[in-house]
Design a protein around this ligand. Structure first.
Ligand code: NDP
Ligand code: OXD
Length: 323
C-alpha cells in the first residue's frame, strides 16, 4: 500500500480534486481540511502537499520525507513554524510557466499600446489617435530571471521588446536574454536606469521583502517613449515585495505612469485600497499562473516515483536562500 499524500491546501482551485486524484495513480490522499476526524499525529505519512499550511501541521508529520508546494513560490512554507528538515519541492511545469508569460506579455502590450487610455476614450466616445512607441523602443527589465523570468524574456523578445534581466547570482540566462543580464545590489541601479517597464518575478524572501518601493521606482528610466505613460511597474511575484503605499503615491505624483499587479501585500486586496480606483492600475486577483491540479497531480506522482527509485528530486528549494 503506497504511503498516503497529505494535503493542506487552502485555495479555491483545489476544488478540481477529481482530476488531481486521478493523476496520482492510486495513491491515497488525506485532506486535512475535509472536516473529517483526523488523528493528532499522522504516523506513516511520508509526503505532504501544501499551500499556506496550518502553522502546527509539521509537528503532526513525524515521518515526512518530502514536502511539496502547490505553487512555484514557497514563502507560504517558510512562514510556518518548525519547517521540517526534508526536501521542499516547488511546482515547476509548462502549465504554470506558459500562463505566467501570457500574463506578462499581455500587461506589457496593454501599457505599450495604451489600451487603458483607449478604453477611457471609448467610454467618452472620443475618436483620437495617440502617438505610439513600438516594442523595440521599450526596455523591459525583469527582476527575477528564474524559470518564469526566463520564459517571459524569451516571449517578450520575440515580440521585439528589448529585455534585460536582474537576478541574485547572475547564473547564465540560457539564451533567453539578448540584452544585459545583471545581478546583485551593485548592478541594480544600472539595471533600473535602463528599464522603461519593470517586471517583478522575484520570490518573497528576507532580501526581497519591500524591494519595490519609492526609492527603486524613482530610479527607473524616465521621460521615455511617445505617448506611453511610463515608467510602468508590473508585478506577479509576491505582494510582500511591494510597498503599496509607495505605489499609490508614485502613481499620484507621476513617478510611475502605470502599474499591473497580480499580487498584493494583503490578499484579497482590501476594499479600502486606493489601488482599485486608478485608471492606470490594472489589477488581477493572483491569477497570473494558477496551478493546474491535474498537472500538479502528475508532477507530484512523478517526483515521488523518482524519490522511491532513489533518484534525485527536481526543483528542490535552497533553504538558505529561501526559494
Ligand atoms: P525561480 O526560483 O526559478 O527564480 C527566482 C529568480 O529570482 C532567480 O533568478 C533568482 O536569482 C532571483 N532572486 C531571488 N532572490 C533574489 C534576490 N535577493 N536578488 C535578486 N534576484 C533574486 O522562481 P520562479 O521563476 O519559478 O518563480 C518566481 C516567483 O513567482 C515565485 O517564487 C512566486 O512567488 C511567483 N509566482 C507567482 C505566480 C502568480 O500567479 N502570481 C505563479 C507562480 C509563481 P538566481 O537566478 O540568481 O537564483
Ligand atoms: C505560485 C503562485 O507560487 O500561484 O505558484 O503564486
Amino acid at each position: 500500500m503506497p504511503s498516503p499524500l497529505l494535503l493542506d491546501v487552502k485555495m479555491e482551485s483545489i476544488g478540481k480534486f477529481s482530476r488531481f486524484g486521478a493523476a496520482l495513480a492510486g495513491r491515497p490522499v488525506i485532506d486535512v481540511n475535509d472536516g473529517g476526524d483526523h488523528p493528532p499525529v499522522f504516523h506513516g505519512v511520508r509526503y505532504a502537499l501544501v499551500w499556506k499550511p496550518a502553522a502546527e501541521l509539521f509537528r503532526r508529520l513525524p515521518d515526512l520525507e518530502v514536502l511539496f508546494s502547490v505553487g512555484a513560490g514557497v514563502d507560504h512554507v517558510f512562514a510556518c513554524d518548525a519547517v521540517p528538515d526534508v526536501p521542499i519541492v516547488r511546482f515547476v511545469d509548462p502549465s504554470l510557466t506558459g500562463p505566467m508569460s501570457e500574463w506578462v506579455v499581455l500587461q506589457c502590450l496593454m501599457h505599450l499600446r495604451q489600451q487603458r487610455q483607449y478604453d477611457g476614450q471609448q467610454r467618452a466616445h472620443v475618436w483620437h489617435d495617440r502617438p505610439q512607441a513600438w516594442a523595440d523602443e521599450i526596455t523591459v527589465g525583469i527582476m527575477g530571471m528564474g524559470v518564469l523570468g526566463r520564459d517571459a524574456a524569451r516571449k517578450l523578445g520575440a515580440l521585439g521588446f528589448r529585455v534585460i534581466g536582474w537576478s541574485r547570482s547572475g547564473k547564465p540566462a540560457d539564451g533567453s536574454l539578448d540584452g544585459l543580464a545583471m545581478h546583485g545590489a551593485a548592478e541594480l541601479d544600472v539595471f533600473l536606469g535602463k528599464s522603461d517597464f519593470l517586471v517583478g518575478l522575484l520570490p518573497l524572501t528576507a532580501e526581497t521583502r519591500g524591494i519595490y518601493n519609492r526609492s527603486l521606482f524613482s530610479k527607473l528610466r524616465r521621460g521615455s517613449q511617445d505617448g506611453i505613460a511610463a515608467p510602468v511597474f508590473i508585478n506577479a511575484g509576491r505582494g510582500g515585495s511591494q510597498v503599496e503605499a509607495d505605489i499609490v503615491a508614485c502613481l499620484e505624483d507621476g513617478t510611475l505612469g502605470g502599474v499591473s499587479l497580480d499580487v498584493f501585500e494583503t490578499e484579497p486586496l482590501p476594499d479600502t485600497s486606493p489601488l482599485w480606483d486608478f485608471d492606470r492600475a490594472i489589477l488581477t486577483p493572483h491569477v497570473a499562473a494558477a496551478s493546474d491540479m491535474e498537472a500538479l497531480g502528475r508532477y507530484v506522482a512523478a517526483q515521488i516515483a523518482r524519490h522511491e527509485a532513489g533518484e534525485a528530486l527536481e526543483n528542490v528549494v535552497d533553504r538558505a536562500a529561501g526559494y
